[in-house]
Design a binder for this molecule. Structure first.
Ligand SMILES: Nc1ncnc2c1ncn2[C@@H]1O[C@H](COP(=O)(O)OP(=O)(O)OP(=O)(O)O)[C@@H](O)[C@H]1O
Ligand SMILES: [Mg+2]
Length: 426
């Protein structure tokens, strides 16, 4: 496969001016700075504090030494925390801004949906903007006309086709911008957070369209904070942090790696000293962790993935007639969502015990939606409570939306997902 994008040592430096108005600031930031200065002139500081603050110019790198290649037909997902440099990179690729260092070679026509407003002329009507964007992509009138109806149908703006774009609501603007970007047959489609805005049905329509564009073998680079959408649509994922590439690889693995990397809570929880527990203590749980399919401890889980819930125990006895262990998972209101119990699912714990070991509960597909969940547990030895800790505040794990059904639908209406299939019988 040939590379359609080849970026070498890309860097983008921004200069921030302190004390005056920001050079690169948004209108809101400038206004806040201005209002602040006005306030200071109406209520001057006491004499001794009144100093002239020289304007300080500070520069920082929004992207640093970033190299990557994208092959034709690849669908690359860009993820990273706020301010990581994702939008800056898409702006460079769509030539809205230029890199300070490095270079990027692009062998194809790029169409992008970045922040609402870019690529659209506010004074022109919807119709004129469609033709303008087509022309920018190098298409002739006949080619654009062929796509025109589809764009208008997709954007649902028939009635407003001859209204200037500046009169559009932000939702209409976004629908038209996405429709134009996705339908005008670009070689490379760049999309920044389209799923963060718009209503659920429009988001679904966009995802469907992006799937079609991908199936046509076009190249897509997509930024999203929705891990389910990234996992469903992308063939490769790149993680940016502070302007640098910190991870890259297959979606499932890279997403889990990203979630682990920014998690500073202890991944193996010691519960030896935890108060608020009952029981004789013959067998006690001293640690808890969740392991992923590579047996690495994780704090943030993804819906639909394989996990092992691992409880470390210590036994003060070496024989017991019966051992029954269970744990519960509860929502933030303390409502128990499910309980997994050795006795019910058929694990016959051995009568002779090692002094310490692990009780591992394998969950082939985690059926929880995005949220924070508490857990608690109970160990019963010979019918007597040996160790019991109810679901408590500090005992929790987090779940991110994942592509449970492989459809990129990510409802979090209810906390529990039950695996199922639909058929129609007539
Ligand atoms: N025009 C600008 N002038 C100055 N700084 C900027 C400018 N544009 C972006 N930045 C800064 O560059 C850094 C990277 O911003 P960028 O918008 O690329 O992040 P992002 O990864 O898209 O974040 P988010 O997930 O919040 O959208 C941030 O610290 C941001 O404040
Ligand atoms: Mg951004």
């Amino acid at each position: 496969m040939s590379n359609i994008i080849d970026a070498k040592n890309l860097g983008k430096q921004y200069r921030l001016h302190h004390g005056g108005l920001f050079v690169n600031a948004s209108l809101k930031e400038s206004f806040t700075a201005f209002a602040d200065r006005l306030r200071r002139s109406v209520h001057p500081a006491p004499l001794e504090q009144k100093k002239i603050v020289p304007q300080k110019v500070e520069s920082f790198w929004a992207l640093k030494d970033l190299s990557f290649k994208v092959a034709q037909g690849e669908r690359l997902g860009l993820i990273g925390r706020n301010g990581a440099g994702k939008s800056t990179l898409l702006k460079i690729l769509s030539r809205i801004t230029w890199p300070t260092t490095g270079q990027v070679k692009i062998n194809g026509r790029v169409s992008s949906l970045l922040e609402v407003g870019t690529g659209f002329h506010p004074e022109l009507t919807g119709r004129e903007n469609i033709y303008l964007n087509g022309a920018i992509l190098g298409m002739n009138r006949t080619e654009i006309r062929r796509k025109f109806d589809e764009i208008v149908w997709f954007a649902e703006i028939e009635k407003f086709l001859d209204t200037p774009a500046k009169r559009y609501s932000s939702g209409m603007y976004l629908r038209l911008a996405f429709a134009v970007a996705a339908h005008l047959e670009p070689d490379i489609l760049l999309v920044d957070e389209v799923l963060a805005v718009g209503d659920a049905s429009f988001r679904e329509k966009c995802l469907g369209k992006m799937r079609d564009v991908g199936r046509q073998g076009r190249t897509i680079i997509m930024v999203s904070h929705s891990m389910a959408a990234i996992e469903n649509l992308c063939t490769r994922v790149l993680v940016l942090d502070k302007g640098q590439k910190i991870m890259e690889g297959s979606p499932a693995r890279t997403i889990q790696g990203y979630l682990n990397a920014f998690d500073d809570k202890d991944k193996i929880l010691s519960i030896e000293q935890w108060d608020d527990r009952r029981g004789t203590g013959e067998i006690r749980i001293h640690s808890f962790c969740v392991l992923d399919h590579e047996r690495q401890p994780v704090n943030t889980l993804v819906s639909g993935k394989y996990y092992i819930f691992r409880f470390g125990y210590k036994a003060g006895i070496d024989k017991a007639k019966s051992i029954d262990f269970s744990f519960t998972v509860s929502d933030r209101n303390g409502r128990v969502l499910f309980r997994n119990r050795t006795l019910e699912s058929g694990l016959d714990l051995p009568a002779t015990l090692c002094p310490k070991g692990y009780l591992d509960c394998r969950i082939p597909r985690l059926g929880l939606t995005r949220g924070r969940y508490a857990f608690g547990f109970t160990m019963i030895v010979d019918g007597v409570e040996s160790d019991h800790l109810p679901g408590a505040q500090g005992l929790y794990f987090d779940v991110m939306d994942g592509d449970f059904f492989g459809t990129s639908q990510m409802s979090d209406l209810a906390p529990v997902i039950v695996d199922h299939k639909w058929t129609i019988d007539v």
